[in-house]
Structure formats: structure tokens, C-alpha cells
Design a protein around this ligand. Structure first.
Ligand code: NAD
Length: 480
């Protein structure tokens, strides 16, 4: 079992009080590593180091294209260690190995995308009058904080850290206490880059300790948070108390809207994949199926048949679904299924699964719920498990109403051959991303991603994320 360390100011370190947290393999329940339980003091050291590095000449003198090359070097390292990282992510998160490979490949693409962008984030000139040159530069914001959830650790660290480094900032990462392993391996890659000490720091620890200390630290200049709505609000408020901007990527209750004219085979596959990925522990999971009433029975039969063929197993066994992260999450998922049994019908699944040789893991059958009201807790709240809620609609108007009927607005899938319907709905739906006849666009490193309503604000991914980490400065020069 490995005793991992944090990385602060260019040095590996334990926490200031030497306390640790056990890291478990969700597939088996076994403890596989320990990480330091970072304290307020540790966070303070990391932020001070990042501040000093940001103002130091060594980092300022690094050319934009050289920052890009550093990010390419990280991408190369990840590629070189692709198998190791995929196995680590699968073991730490419990996700099926092939899904962990997709995460590693997405991480490579983030570092390449933002590496390429590093010397292309340009300013502007503004025409005013003869003898007055007015220009706008995009400067780095300074010390950036990155608070990471447990479900896609490597991908989520990569997308925000790469954008922040590309634009010349310094970084303090707080990885998720449950899944810090790939974050630590990535930190080792950063160590090898020989960056000035303090440019990249990685603090581990508990959310309300190290996480809260980071979000509320008066010397940070931007917070990127991905996680639950409740924590996101606390993080946003802590940042606001210092008048610091935040980018909040929160949860979802995303719908797939299925019309009777859709291609049934492709749509079934899209709908099923969107809810079972990472055993439904995905912010953008297609958690609600809204299906045209006249098509409901035929479509549901196919979905149920597909669900019956899905396999469940340990992450490294690479079945369709892995375990739920831990007992707490499992109790939450099973509690919601119990509620479904009281308020509606469980059409398939709904039971725990025992996986031979992995009795310490928490596994759940893929489950379909029907017959609950659109405004019930089941229809409104994230279940964060492999549970699909089904609703039907009579016409496009009702489909739109149902789609927009939650507090969330992260992703929507629309399945139809009718382009009028698809475009109309895409223009009316409260959702940061809309997929028509697909769901996910293969990860979409280049596409801005983020929420409407309580799914958050600001955008990660794509070019848009670069603007989270820059601030505009306007300069006016009078000349004769
Ligand atoms: P969480 O909110 O419990 O924790 C997220 C991170 O915040 C962790 O690192 C945690 O240690 C830290 N944290 C907890 N309390 C804190 C506090 N008071 N101050 C500062 N930091 C604190 O979320 P989770 O359970 O890790 O992740 C699941 C949630 O994340 C789901 O709601 C999911 O939808 C959401 N999510 C969203 C996206 C997205 O991009 N929109 C992606 C993945 C997950």
C-alpha cells in the first residue's frame, strides 16, 4: 500500500499534522493507498508558493509557446503511461477499464488542445482617434484554485489546469479525497517539467477542511469548482467574500427526448450508454428519458431488453457497469430506488448485485423507473447511479416543458429525424449543451461545457475556458 504525498512549493510533503486518509478501491472495498489529510496551514503554504511563483521573474519570462510545449510534454507523458493511468483510474474510481482509457485519452487531448492555444490567446486594438493608440491585453489572473470531484478526476484536473497554465497562471489543485491517485501521478509528471517551484501545487484532503481553506483563501484569484450544487454554492460564496470569480460546474438531471420518428436502434444505444457510463455517476448522465407517448411501449421494450444484457463487475473486469463509489453513495442510490417502489414502478433492476471475488464493493443493477410525478424528488434530484427515470409526452410543447422542468440545465439529447423539431427544441431548451441524434460527441474537448440554472455558471472545455483564466487590461497611449 502506497503512502502518497502532496506537492507544495516544488517539494513532496506530508500534511502539517501528519494525519492521513485511506483511499479505497470501490470494486473491492480494499484500502489501496493513503494520502495526507491536508490542513489550512498546508493550503496556505501552497497558495503563498503559487503567489510567489506568479510574481517571480522565472515564470513570467517563460514564453507563451514554451508554456504550450510544457503542456505537450505532459500530454506525451500521459500517452507513454496510458495503460498505467487507465488501470489506476479504474482501480481508484471503480469505472470499467475501457471507460478509464477514454478518460486518459481525453486528458491527453486537453493538454494538446490548450498546449496549442498557449500562444494564440490574443488581445485587441480599439479605434478611437488620431494620436491615441488603445489596446486590450489578456493577462493571466494569477493564482488559480482547482477543486476536483471524485467521478472523473484525471479528465477534470486536465481540462482546467491545462487552460490555466496555457494562459500563464499558477495552480493549486485540491483533488477529491476518494480518488486522488491519477492526480498524484499527474503531479509527478509536472514535477519532471522543472517548472519554477510553486507554479503547480497539489493539495490532498477533506472538502470542508482543505477544500474550504482553498476556496476562501484571500490570495487566490480564481476558483474552478466541479462538484455538487450545495458545495458549489458554498465555494462560490467563499470566493465572492474575497471578490474572486468562480467557475462552477455542478450537477445535472439531463433528459433524452425521443420522438417516434427517431432511428430506434441508434437511439436505444445512445440513451442506454448515456445513463450507464461510470454506473450513472456522471454529471451529464442522461438520467431522464422523455419519450413520445405513441412510441413509449415499443421503445421501452427495446431499452429494457438492452438493460437485461448489461453486465456488472469490478472496474478491471471491464463490464458495462462498475460499482458505486462507496457505501454512502450506494445507500443514497438504494434509498431512491426504494422511494421509486413506493411512488411508481421499477420496470427492471432495482436490486444490489454481488460480484464474485469482489464482495466488498457496492454494485447495483441498472434500473428503470416509471410512473413517478415530474415534480417528485426522484424526477428532480440527482440519483448518481445507473437509474433511468421514464416520462412520456404528447407533443413537442409538452416535451419542452418536461425537459425544462428541473432546476438543472447541463445537457439535453434530442432524437428525431425532423430537423424543425430538433432546431426548435435546441433553441428553447435551458441547457448548456444540446446533442441531436447523439449524446456526448465523443467527449468534446473542444466544445464549451457548463450549465444553465443550478448546473452552474462559466464554461469549461474549448476556447471559452481560456477566458476564465485571463483578465482584460485596457491601455490608452497618447502620442504626437
Ligand atoms: P462534492 O461537491 O462533494 O465534492 C467536490 C469537491 O469539493 C471535492 O474535492 C471535495 O473535497 C470538495 N469539497 C467538499 N466540500 C467542500 C467545501 N465546503 N469547500 C470546498 N471544497 C469542498 O462533489 P462530488 O461528490 O465529489 O461529485 C459529485 C457531484 O459533482 C455531482 O453532483 C456531479 O453532478 C458533479 N459533477 C459535475 C461535473 C460538471 O462538470 N458539471 C462533473 C463531474 C461531477
Amino acid at each position: 500500500m502506497k503512502a502518497l504525498q502532496m506537492y507544495i512549493d516544488g517539494k513532496w510533503t506530508k500534511s502539517s499534522n501528519a494525519r492521513t486518509i485511506d483511499v479505497k478501491n470501490p470494486s473491492s472495498g480494499e484500502t489501496i493507498a493513503t494520502i495526507p489529510r491536508g490542513t489550512e496551514e498546508d493550503v496556505n503554504r501552497a497558495v503563498l508558493a503559487a503567489k510567489a511563483a506568479f510574481h517571480g521573474e522565472d515564470w513570467r519570462k517563460v514564453k507563451a509557446f514554451e508554456r504550450g510545449e510544457m503542456l505537450f510534454a505532459i500530454a506525451d507523458k500521459i500517452k507513454l503511461h496510458r495503460d498505467e493511468l487507465a488501470e489506476l483510474e479504474s482501480t481508484d474510481v471503480g469505472k470499467p477499464l475501457s471507460q478509464a482509457y477514454s478518460d486518459v485519452d481525453a486528458a491527453i487531448r486537453y493538454f494538446r488542445f490548450y498546449g496549442g492555444a498557449a500562444d494564440k490567446v490574443m488581445g485587441d486594438t480599439i479605434p478611437i482617434e488620431d494620436g491615441l493608440l488603445n489596446y486590450v491585453v489578456r493577462e493571466p489572473v494569477g493564482v488559480t484554485a482547482h477543486i476536483i470531484p471524485w467521478n472523473y478526476p484525471l479528465q477534470i484536473i486536465s481540462r482546467s489546469v491545462a487552460a490555466a497554465i496555457a494562459t500563464g497562471n499558477t495552480v493549486v489543485v485540491k483533488s477529491a479525497e476518494d480518488t486522488p491517485l491519477t492526480a498524484t501521478r499527474l503531479t509527478e509528471f509536472f514535477e519532471k517539467l522543472d517548472l519554477p517551484a510553486g507554479v503547480f501545487n497539489h493539495v490532498t484532503g477533506i472538502g470542508h477542511e482543505a477544500g474550504a481553506a482553498l476556496a476562501g483563501h484571500p490570495l487566490i484569484n480564481h476558483v474552478t469548482f466541479t462538484g455538487s450544487v450545495g458545495t458549489g454554492i458554498a465555494v462560490g460564496q467563499a470566493a465572492m467574500a474575497n471578490v474572486v470569480p468562480s467557475t462552477l460546474e455542478l450537477g445535472g438531471k439531463s433528459p433524452n427526448i425521443v420522438f417516434a420518428d427517431s432511428d430506434i436502434e441508434k437511439t436505444v444505444e445512445g440513451v442506454v450508454r448515456s445513463i450507464i457510463q461510470n454506473a450513472g455517476q456522471t454529471c451529464s448522465a442522461g438520467a431522464r428519458l422523455l419519450v413520445e407517448e405513441s412510441f413509449k411501449q415499443e421503445f421501452l421494450e427495446k431499452v429494457i431488453e438492452r438493460f437485461s444484457k448489461l453486465t456488472v463487475g469490478a472496474g478491471m473486469q471491464d463490464k458495462d457497469l462498475g460499482p458505486i463509489l462507496n457505501e454512502k453513495q450506494y445507500q443514497h442510490v438504494m434509498g431512491m430506488i426504494e422511494l421509486a417502489n413506493e411512488e411508481g414502478n421499477v420496470l427492471t433492476g432495482g436490486k444490489p448485485v454481488t460480484v464474485g471475488g469482489y464482495e466488498g464493493g457496492f454494485y447495483v443493477q441498472p434500473t428503470i423507473i416509471d410512473g413517478v410525478s415530474w415534480n417528485s424528488r426522484l424526477a428532480q434530484e440527482e440519483i448518481f447511479g445507473p437509474v433511468l427515470n421514464v416520462f412520456s409526452f404528447k407533443d413537442t410543447g409538452e416535451a419542452l416543458e418536461l425537459a425544462n422542468s428541473t432546476d438543472y440545465g447541463l445537457v439535453t439529447g434530442i432524437w428525431t429525424k425532423d430537423l424543425n423539431t430538433a432546431h426548435y427544441l435546441a433553441s428553447r431548451i435551458d441547457s448548456g449543451q444540446v446533442f441531436i441524434n447523439n449524446y456526448g460527441a465523443g467527449g468534446g474537448v473542444q466544445m464549451p461545457f457548463g450549465g444553465y440554472k443550478k448546473s452552474g455558471f462559466g464554461r469549461e472545455k474549448g476556447w471559452a475556458a481560456l477566458y476564465n483564466y485571463t483578465v482584460l487590461k485596457n491601455v490608452a497611449i497618447k502620442y504626437n
